[in-house]
Ligand binder design. Structure first.
Ligand code: FAD
Ligand code: NAP
Length: 245
């Protein structure tokens, strides 16, 4: 893998252990929103790196939305980083979790848990989804209200795009005003997600999903019962998935 030096220009802390690093890395090659880069640090036992979705479109400064996994290896080091610190960034992005790999649809559903929101933040900052989909709904599943990062930016999309955009926070471990209670899967099963969005998840939808692998598997099974399938180039479907672990 080819590496370039990145320098942290800003660290935004959303909640303890939940943060966005803005990293200046001008040598990263152009990529499509939804793709990921590797972030890495040299360690005594070798080079330690992990993939991270870029939470911004290509540019001189790239955003990464990261959660501290307490017993993880890299994230405790990333969590300690401050403006001015350097790290390694892969020069070439990878991944097919992009709108160019999605079918046309009446509604684009962007489902995610935790930091799985990152690729959608990048996509929504470009014109592509707004020009291509009559309706876009972001569904963000988190444990606590404090984990609902990027709320202001998402609200701004709502102000700018009106009925074309919906943002539905889903909080599993406490009651939060304005959010659905429980998991994304429960809210699909009991109908509250679609009732809140005012639109159905059906075969006229494209459903992107990103984050916790158990959520991905259970959601895919639920939607499979309604006839939704993975989208493949030679076999068109509705579902496009990114697994974080
Ligand atoms: C394509 C892709 C894109 C990714 N993008 C992001 C991103 O934008 N932001 C981000 O925070 N992580 C992202 N990840 C996860 C990231 O690569 C690391 O796995 C994570 O940061 C943990 O690294 P670690 O070395 O601290 O933990 P490790 O020592 O590698 O431990 C890994 C364990 O941590 C848990 N874990 C990993 N990632 C997460 C997560 N995001 N939320 C909750 N639990 C997790 C799982 O239990 C996993 O088995 C992505 C992974 C993939 C494959
Ligand atoms: N989020 C933070 O602010 C924060 C801060 C510091 C450290 N951490 C650590 O980071 C790690 C990840 O935490 P996280 O909260 O970002 O991610 P997470 O554990 O993946 O939880 C995110 C959301 O996904 C839901 N979920 C889990 N399994 C699901 C399934 N099968 N179907 C549908 N939804 C499902 C969770 O519901 P449930 O609540 O029901 O599990 C929660 O609402 C943990 O180790 C945590 O301790 C998190």
């Amino acid at each position: 893998m080819k590496w370039t030096e990145g320098v942290v220009r800003h660290k935004k802390v959303w909640a303890d252990g939940l943060f966005t690093l803005q990293i200046e890395a001008p040598e990263v090659e152009p990529f499509e929103p939804g793709q990921f880069l590797q972030l890495g640090l040299e360690q005594p036992d070798g080079h330690l790196h992990r993939p991270y979705s870029v939470a911004s479109p290509h540019g001189r400064i790239l955003d990464f939305f990261i959660v501290l996994v307490e017993d993880g290896r890299l994230t405790p080091l990333l969590w300690k980083m401050e403006a001015g610190d350097a790290l390694d960034v892969s020069t070439r992005a990878a991944g097919s979790f992009t709108l160019s790999n999605c079918p046309d649809a009446e509604t684009l559903w962007l489902l995610c848990t935790g930091t799985g929101l990152a690729p959608y933040i990048a996509m929504l900052r470009t014109d592509t989804p707004w020009q291509r989909y009559p309706k876009i709904v972001v569904v963000h599943g988190v444990r606590y209200g404090r984990d609902l990062a990027y709320q202001e930016e998402l609200a701004e999309h709502g102000r700018r795009h009106g009925e074309q955009f919906g943002y539905i926070p889903v909080v599993s471990r406490e009651k939060v005003t304005g959010a659905l209670e429980g998991r994304i899967t429960t809210c699909i099963a009991n109908g509250s997600l679609e009732a809140t969005a005012g639109t159905a998840i059906d075969t006229t939808s494209c459903v992107m999903m990103c984050g916790n692998p158990a959520m991905l598997d259970e959601t895919e099974a639920l939607l499979g019962q309604r006839g939704l399938r993975r989208h493949k180039r030679k076999e068109p479907g509705q579902i496009v998935v990114e697994r974080y672990w």
